[in-house]
Design a protein around this ligand. Structure first.
Ligand code: FES
Length: 152
């Protein structure tokens, strides 16, 4: 079972909880933490389920709901805003036919917004799963989405 393999990579110490949860979420094709993930983590660290659940709900990077194969996190901080992220957000919403926090009907993309990604020099920017993508234009967004659709 992949969950056991993930847990074995970490010592069963409380300070590994975020690493474990990240790894469990990243290995779920729907990019979320299922009840089974929380139970496994709690058992492994010998802590209550409610503690792990509390950690998951505290951090916005964790999700308790299934999400798309690709998580699009568009930066919404001032430098990206000044460079047009707001109109890109409208463009993405129309193109994907979803609102922020929602997943496309085909389950490929989830649209989220985030604060500064640390690459303001190439604003406006987004993060697609682990990949940073800057200098965004509607055309660049089209290309990026098309490339991901072809690999999903
Ligand atoms: S403000 Fe968008 S990457 Fe920094």
């Amino acid at each position: 079972m992949y969950r056991d393999a993930i847990l074995k990579k970490f010592d069963p110490r409380l300070d590994n909880i975020l690493f474990i949860l990240h790894e469990l979420q990243d290995n779920n094709p729907q990019h979320y933490l299922a009840n089974a993930d929380i139970e496994k983590c709690a058992d492994y660290l010998n802590i209550p389920y409610s503690y792990v659940h509390g950690v998951v709900t505290f951090y916005s990077m964790f999700s308790l709901k299934p999400r798309g194969r690709y998580i699009i996190r568009l930066c919404d901080s001032p430098p990206c805003h000044l460079m047009g992220s707001e109109s890109l957000l409208d463009y993405l919403k129309k193109k994907l036919k979803v609102d922020v926090g929602k997943t496309t009907a085909d389950g490929v993309f989830t649209l989220e917004i985030t604060s500064c990604l640390g690459i303001c020099g190439v604003a406006p920017a987004l993060m697609m799963n682990e990949e940073m993508i800057g200098n965004l234009t509607p055309e660049r967004v089209d290309t990026v989405l098309e490339e991901r659709r072809q690999t999903s």
